[in-house]
Design a protein around this ligand. Structure first.
Ligand SMILES: O=P(O)(O)O[C@H]1O[C@H](CO)[C@@H](O)[C@H]1O
Ligand SMILES: O=c1cc[nH]c(=O)[nH]1
Length: 247
């Protein structure tokens, strides 16, 4: 079956996929694979397949924002993907997690519009505990700060006249803010697949973010390299476990 938006054939998709916002980052991740092959670059969705430590996996970009990302997640699930890991960037709510840190998202605050059209208010956006543990275990043995906790998914990146309640999210214990994890966790729960997410912190999230936002520093670049390595390692470990429990 040809997936109409990603423009890939479902038969070409392995059950394991790493997803990220930026098509360029997808290309960068694919450089770590053996026999990497670009299957399609349709809209913001760039798809590669390849092999890492013997595991066949896909790398796909989902663009910025939950509605477009959800289209990607839905089509990947239709193609037979069963495990999804998002490798992203996010703004931090804590001085303990400055730019260059990593955060593994256990669950996401649904401060987006998309998931309201999928599930009722109060329905949680939670990651899969096995995927989260695999990501945290792989990332926390690397150099640098790695934390695990709740993240916030927003639609707005630049602010308008409405205030985004960053202070309340922070007081309530959220660690970081980005734009797609709630969609990933709701879609994966709805469709019965597993998902997890890891983000590289690129600064502090608050009302002045647009003034200081710079995701292209050396510290952020190094954190992105670490999270890519962690995601690949986590996927290989998850697949090895799947194989050991297969009937
Ligand atoms: O780096 P990615 O994966 O795109 O993630 C973050 O960066 C984008 C904002 O610049 C949003 O997509 C946000 O979720
Ligand atoms: O959505 C995002 C992504 C990166 N950094 C932020 O502060 N917000």
């Amino acid at each position: 079956m040809l997936l109409p938006i990603l423009q890939i054939h479902s038969e070409d998709m392995p059950p394991y996929a790493i997803v990220c916002g930026d098509p360029k980052r997808a290309g960068h991740i694919a450089e770590r694979l053996e026999d990497a092959r670009e299957l399609a670059f349709s809209r913001e969705y760039r798809t590669f397949t390849g092999t890492y430590k013997g595991l066949k996996l896909a790398v796909v970009s989902h663009g910025v924002g939950s509605p477009g990302a959800a289209v990607c997640f839905e089509e990947l699930v239709r193609a037979g993907v069963k495990t999804l890991i998002r490798v992203g960037t996010a703004g931090s709510y804590s001085a303990e997690h400055p730019a260059g840190s990593l955060v593994v998202s256990t669950a996401a605050v649904r401060a987006d519009g998309l998931t309201r059209q999928l599930v009722p208010e109060g329905f949680p956006a939670v990651g899969d505990s096995e995927v989260i543990t695999a990501l945290y275990d792989a990332a926390s043995v690397m150099d640098g700060v790695t934390a695990k906790g709740i993240t916030v998914t927003l639609d707005a990146f630049f602010t308008g006249v409405e205030e985004i309640p960053h202070k309340k999210y922070k007081q309530a214990g959220a660690l970081a803010v980005e734009m797609e994890i709630a969609a990933l966790y709701v879609v994966s729960t709805l469709r019965g697949v597993r998902a997890g997410a890891i983000v590289a912190i690129d600064g502090y999230a608050d009302a002045d973010l647009a003034e200081v936002y710079d995701p292209h520093t050396d510290a952020v670049g190094a954190a992105v390299e670490r999270e890519i390595a962690a995601a690949l390692e986590a996927m290989v470990n998850l697949a090895a476990k799947d194989e050991s429990v297969a009937p």
